[in-house]
Design a binder for this molecule. Structure first.
Ligand SMILES: Nc1nc2c(c(=O)[nH]1)N[C@H]1C(S)=C(S)[C@@H](COP(=O)(O)OP(=O)(O)OC[C@H]3O[C@@H](n4cnc5c(=O)[nH]c(N)nc54)[C@H](O)[C@@H]3O)O[C@H]1N2
Ligand SMILES: Nc1nc2c(c(=O)[nH]1)N[C@H]1C(S)=C(S)[C@@H](COP(=O)(O)OP(=O)(O)OC[C@H]3O[C@@H](n4cnc5c(=O)[nH]c(N)nc54)[C@H](O)[C@@H]3O)O[C@H]1N2
Ligand code: SF4
Ligand SMILES: [Mo]
Length: 716
């Protein structure tokens, strides 16, 4: 059999790039390229996605289930035996400590496996445990908090391609391929938007690849978003630069907002965030006073800093002030392909504060968001003795030992468990600690659907859906699992039933992955068998949907300054008062993504290692000069919590007093397996504490922290 080509799409990130695969005679992945004819991504693919051949054929890939021996080594065992043993341990934990002692954590690898994206939640719920944690709550869960405190607009925000102006804060979509900007070939979409005249404001401590397109580039100190955005809001309100009719009709408490932002004069904001005062006024004018329609969006920068929920709340308030929403009679761009359609009334659904109902964490009383508990308390949930203490953890496509702040603490917690199971294709730092590692099929070896959980964020202009069959065979001599099979077979062994999309699964006869995907796509207008025929995906429902008028007598309004938000803003005011002049020359840490890795994923691939052998500390060259630091020097970065060593790299795009360094690197701390910085890099989570968490989502502070940076003393 000669080589053959097949269409599929990448499932590493939200980009969902259309790909052309070459399968060899052995039907294994042999080559990959971006699909120029892909209707959505138009020939784009990034470095990470193009490493798929190496990833699938990697010598580092785990090919058979592993069990940890008392001496810490891992030995291969048959899958069914591993599942028997796991089931019996889970059963014992449940009997002894209750269902709540069983928890799960899921990460990117789980979210992007459509058939199993919510299986962990469903499995734990079936067992009677609310304890699903995920990477979402150490990411941008501030967005869910904001929706829950402010309220939401039924038909949604105006689409990107209708924006005359856009503000992007703390996001670099040209590299991260992440919302709020269009994820389908972002560079091309940005160039098109600029060509049709869209104005762009970028707020970032680094002059990013995205900032290079900006008309107005604001480069504040990291961690100052609440101050900066309070200042922009104040300038908008002061000058009447906002959509008054919209706000009169739909905002409950504009006066409270006005009052609360009063202290944030341009002068104060300028000093505190270290940006020119004129830029604050100019941003306010462009957003609200220029007659341009558009929106403000943010990502990890504001959502990981101090007072991240407040920062996000203020940024979203800009959208309300601009009235940046789809209005009555306008079309809903993607009303739902696999997610069900429902009527969209041009009205505000008031703040739901969902976390106030339902189970609460015994650690800090935080409730549930997005059907999950907060990862900020995961370490404590495991370490703190008492009723409900977590004793068993299933990690699905995640790497908490790498991704959770306070690395030493989470590693200590993971080590202390009675049972740790990892569903992961490689020996991640979390897998190193696991009692059982169950290696799954990799992306091109499994049938899949598009990232249906947030499909409207990817397929922005139509009800588009996409299916891919499994194109590549799994490696010879491997015993890999389908991710869902782990949950299905454990549920069966433990005598509980799983449901998919509300439909009970047959627990006697093993379903296929396609059976599960068909249930997930149960609401789709197009029959699943039809969807399977479209190798580049299809618009599955071309009936347009429009924003309907508000319901008669509807009274819901946005709340822009509820009491808890006001209290957080007062804390910021108090902070500023206490150190009125922040004249110290301390640095601040800034989160960032790298082109070549996806969090910890792909780090060990040969081409990646060549470009990013370890995570460099990017510093402004002037700061380096003034401290006698040269390129490739070792520097010590010290926070109030911890200290790491990294290699310095001059980068003029980084503003002064900032150290910009990526997470997702580093071996296990204090372990003999740790190969050291020059092999593995270092975890920035050694610098972060999991205390001083935000209220509601227990979000730790992950950017904008004060750190000290100095050249490492040379040993004589
Ligand atoms: N200090 C600091 N910490 C951070 C961040 C930060 O900016 N700074 N960012 C945070 C954010 S935004 C996030 S989202 C989290 C990421 O948190 P995680 O999702 O926990 O971390 P990843 O490193 O992305 O781990 C993904 C895991 O999935 C595995 N995997 C890859 N492909 C597959 C697959 O097909 N199937 C399965 N089952 N597994 C697969 C990978 O091998 C890897 O171990 O980190 C957070 N932590
Ligand atoms: N190549 C690549 N792509 C990825 C990932 C990856 O690891 N690599 N990770 C994926 C994941 S899990 C996520 S969540 C998304 C994240 O997507 P993005 O949020 O777009 O991630 P970044 O590219 O790091 O952009 C964050 C920006 O915030 C800036 N910043 C840092 N601190 C602050 C601050 O306090 N305030 C402000 N205003 N800005 C600040 C940084 O300089 C950086 O430019 O990316 C996804 N895509
Ligand atoms: S941007 Fe890169 S990693 Fe993301 S889907 Fe596209 S090719 Fe894959
Ligand atoms: Mo993320």
């Amino acid at each position: 059999m000669a080589d053959r080509e097949a269409n599929s799409f990448c499932r590493i990130c939200m980009g969902s790039c259309g790909m052309v695969l070459t399968l060899g005679e052995d039907n294994r992945l042999k080559a990959i390229r971006a699909d120029r004819e892909d209707p959505q991504t138009l020939g784009f693919a990034c470095f990470k996605g193009l490493q798929a051949v190496d990833a699938h054929n990697s010598p580092n890939r785990i090919l058979r289930p592993l069990k940890r021996m008392p001496d810490g080594s891992h030995v291969e065992i048959p899958l069914e035996q591993a599942l028997d043993e796991i089931a019996s341990k889970l059963s014992a934990v449940r009997k002894e400590n209750g269902a709540e002692a069983i928890a799960g954590y899921k990460g990117g690898g789980a979210f992007f496996t459509a058939s199993a994206a919510v299986m962990l939640n469903d499995f734990l719920r079936a067992l009677g445990s609310p304890k699903t944690f995920s990477s979402a709550t150490i990411d941008q869960s501030a967005k869910a908090v904001t929706a829950g405190r402010m309220g939401t607009w039924g038909p949604g925000r105006i689409p990107n391609d209708k924006c005359d102006i856009m503000l992007l804060a703390g996001t670099n979509p040209m590299v991260s391929v992440n919302p709020p900007f269009d994820t389908r070939n972002p560079v091309k979409r940005m160039k098109e938007a600029r060509k049709r005249g869209m104005k762009l404001i970028v707020v970032d401590p680094r002059e990013t690849e995205t900032a290079q397109f900006a008309d107005l580039f604001i480069q504040p100190l990291p961690g100052e978003d609440p101050t900066l955005f309070a200042g922009i809001i104040r300038a908008m309100l002061d000058n009447g630069w906002y959509d008054r009719p919209f706000c009169d009709a739909h905002v409950a408490d504009l006066d409270l907002l006005r009052e609360a932002v009063e202290p944030f004069t341009p002068e104060l904001v300028s000093t505190r965030a270290d940006v020119p005062a004129e830029q604050i006024i100019e941003a306010a004018r462009l957003l609200g006073g220029s007659g341009l329609k558009g929106l403000a969006g943010s990502s990890t920068g504001p959502d990981m800093g101090p007072h991240s929920n407040l920062a996000e709340h203020l940024i979203e308030s800009l959208n309300v002030l601009m009235g940046a929403f789809i209005r009555e009679g306008e079309e809903i761009p993607n009303p739902g392909a696999i997610l069900p359609r429902y009527p969209r009334h041009a009205q505000v659904t008031p703040a739901g504060r969902w976390w106030e109902q339902g189970p609460k964490s015994r650690i800090d009383g935080s409730g549930m968001l997005m059907d999950e508990m907060m990862t900020g308390v995961l370490s404590d949930e495991i370490l703190m003795p008492g009723g409900g203490q977590v004793r068993a953890l299933i990690v699905h496509g995640g790497n908490p030992a790498s991704s959770v702040p306070d690395q030493r603490k989470i590693v200590k917690a993971l080590r202390s468990l009675d049972l740790l199971v990892c569903i992961d294709p490689v020996m991640s730092v979390t897998a190193e600690l696991a009692d059982y590692i169950l290696p799954p099929k990799m992306q091109y070896e499994r049938p899949d659907l598009h990232f249906w959980l947030y499909e409207f964020m990817i397929y922005r202009d139509s009800a588009f859906a996409r299916y891919t069959p499994a194109h590549a065979d799994v490696p010879e001599q491997s015993e890999l699992t389908d991710d869902w099979y782990v949950f299905w077979s454990l549920a069966r062994r433990l005598g509980v039933e799983l449901q998919v999309n509300g439909v009970p699964l047959n627990m006697e006869e093993q379903p296929t992955t396609d059976d599960i995907l068909a249930l997930i796509a149960g609401n789709c207008e197009l029959e699943f068998s039809q969807l399977q025929q479209h190798s580049r995906g299809a618009v599955v429902n071309s009936l347009p949907q429009y924003a309907e008028p508000a319901e008669l007598g509807w009274t819901g309004r946005f709340t822009l300054m509820p009491e808890d938000v006001r209290a957080e803003l007062s804390e910021v005011v108090e902070d500023i008062r206490q150190k009125a002049e922040d004249g110290s020359n301390e640095f601040r840490l800034a989160v960032r993504r790298l082109r070549e890795t996806f969090n910890s994923v792909g780090r060990d691939l040969p081409a990646t290692r060549k470009r990013q052998p370890f995570n460099r500390a990017y510093l402004n060259p002037q700061d380096m000069n003034s401290r006698g630091i040269s390129r490739a020097d070792e520097v010590v970065i010290r926070s109030a919590h911890g200290e790491i060593m990294a290699v310095a790299e001059p980068d003029p795009t980084v503003r002064r007093r900032v150290v910009s360094i990526a997470h997702g690197f580093g071996g296990l701390p204090d372990s003999h397996n740790n190969r050291g910085y020059y092999q593995d890099g270092v975890s920035t989570n050694l610098l972060l504490a999991d205390v001083r968490r935000e209220t509601i989502n227990a979000m730790p502070r992950m950017t904008g922290l004060p750190v000290h940076v100095e050249r490492k003393a040379q040993r004589s």
